[in-house]
Design a protein around this ligand. Structure first.
Ligand code: NAP
Ligand code: ZN
Length: 356
């Protein structure tokens, strides 16, 4: 039986060529283990844009209408009778996942993101209401308490929202690959993910070098903790660093030459892709073989690791640099993302939905 529902204001797109526009969606009334959250801020991730425009149609086709948004910060308004971790009034957060089976080996290892039954915050089958899940460009959301995170009280909610995707997606691979003191770490692309990667790598004690196509981002990169900034379109500057990196995180959203970065890795160096352009990559075997280099990917992070990341951010006072916008500017913000014109994450003030 379907639970009872209520209407919530939201922004959705009805096709891959439509702009996002005001709508109303159904949300379930909280069941026993659910937490109902009034959304205060939602970050705009480039994945929202890839999904709205169906750019990943081959791997993750978009179901319309789509309500994107998976960088959610809000206040608890109601909890189900079996909820133990949260109560009305708590400041909480929700990231890219809202459910998983909790029984598979990945879930048991705290890697819910790899669970075969993982449910994404938007565009995944919704077992409660049918259809697909709707994300954070909305006035409220209802989520199983296991997928709700606690926000450290010293973090500003608008700047903390992007931690739920840009934060965990860059924190997790750095932990996995042991980024720390004495290491030379590269970050490619100073957007939402990239600027968080710089902050984390710096906080972990690495020597951090940013690769950017935007000369006007240099001062900001240094402020975020970069030790050097290289303009990636300058071949001489790139060559200087050949064969010298321990770890490079590639957070670029569009097609680009990844071999230029593989060539910068030293012996046993690793390049991890978090950026997800739709186009396939061409990598020569001899880019990897001679120095035992490796190329890998990484997807967000598990729930326990996400809480660990938020607590790390609370302790080190780390949050995203955001441009707060009303929801009515969301389509304009998408166009600016495509021009790399973002400093460094848009965070939507959901109070702006009230006037819709
Ligand atoms: P974003 O804010 O738009 O940043 C992307 C940055 O890439 C831009 O600011 C720009 O940095 C650089 N860039 C853009 N076009 C480029 C081009 N043609 N050539 C070279 N560099 C270019 O995007 P984001 O939200 O950080 O997301 C980045 C990517 O990560 C997206 O593909 C997104 O879908 C993906 N993602 C993956 C995961 C995961 O779990 N793996 C999670 C979230 C997002 P400069 O101006 O410094 O060059
Ligand atoms: Zn994201």
């Amino acid at each position: 039986m379907h639970p009872t529902t209520y209407k919530a204001k939201a922004y959705s797109a009805i096709s891959e060529t439509s702009p996002l526009a005001s709508t109303k969606i159904n949300r379930r009334e909280p069941t026993d283990r659910d937490v109902q959250i009034e959304i205060l801020f939602c970050g705009i991730c480039h994945s929202d844009l890839h999904s709205v425009r169906n750019e990943w149609s081959e791997f993750m086709p978009t179901n319309y209408p789509i309500v994107p948004g998976h960088e959610i910060v809000g206040r608890v308004t109601k909890v189900g009778s079996a909820v133990t971790k949260y109560k009305a009034g708590d400041l909480v957060a929700v990231g890219c996942m809202v459910d998983s089976d909790r029984t598979c080996p990945h879930c048991k290892a705290g890697l819910e993101q790899f669970c075969p039954n993982m449910v994404l915050t938007f565009n995944s089958p919704d077992k409660h209401l049918g259809g697909v899940t709707y994300g954070g460009y909305s006035e409220s959301i209802v989520v199983d308490e296991h997928f709700v995170l606690r926000l450290p009280s010293n973090l500003n909610p608008a700047g903390a929202a992007p931690l739920l995707c840009a934060g965990i997606t860059t924190y997790s691979p750095m932990h996995h690959w042991g980024v720390g003191k004495g290491q030379k770490v590269g970050v490619v692309g100073l957007g939402g993910l990239g600027h968080m990667a710089v902050k984390f790598a710096h906080a972990l004690g690495a020597h951090v070098i940013v690769f950017s196509t935007s000369p006007n981002k240099k001062e900001d990169a240094l402020r975020f903790g970069a030790d050097e900034v290289v303009l990636s379109r300058n071949a001489d500057e790139m060559q200087k660093h050949g064969g010298s990196f321990d770890f490079i995180l590639d957070a670029v959203s569009a097609d680009h030459d990844i071999n230029a970065y593989i060539n910068l890795l030293g012996v046993d160096g690793n390049l991890t892709l978090v950026g997800a352009p739709a186009e396939p990559l061409r990598v020569p075997a001899f880019g990897l073989i001679p120095r035992r280099r490796s190329l890998s990917g990484s997807m967000i992070g598990g729930i326990a690791e996400t809480q660990e990341m938020l607590d790390f951010c609370g302790k080190h006072n780390i949050s995203a640099d955001v441009e707060v916008i009303p929801i009515q500017k969301v389509n304009e913000a998408y166009e600016r993302l495509l021009k790399s014109d973002v400093k460094y994450r848009f965070s939507i003030d959901m109070a702006s939905l009230k006037s819709e």
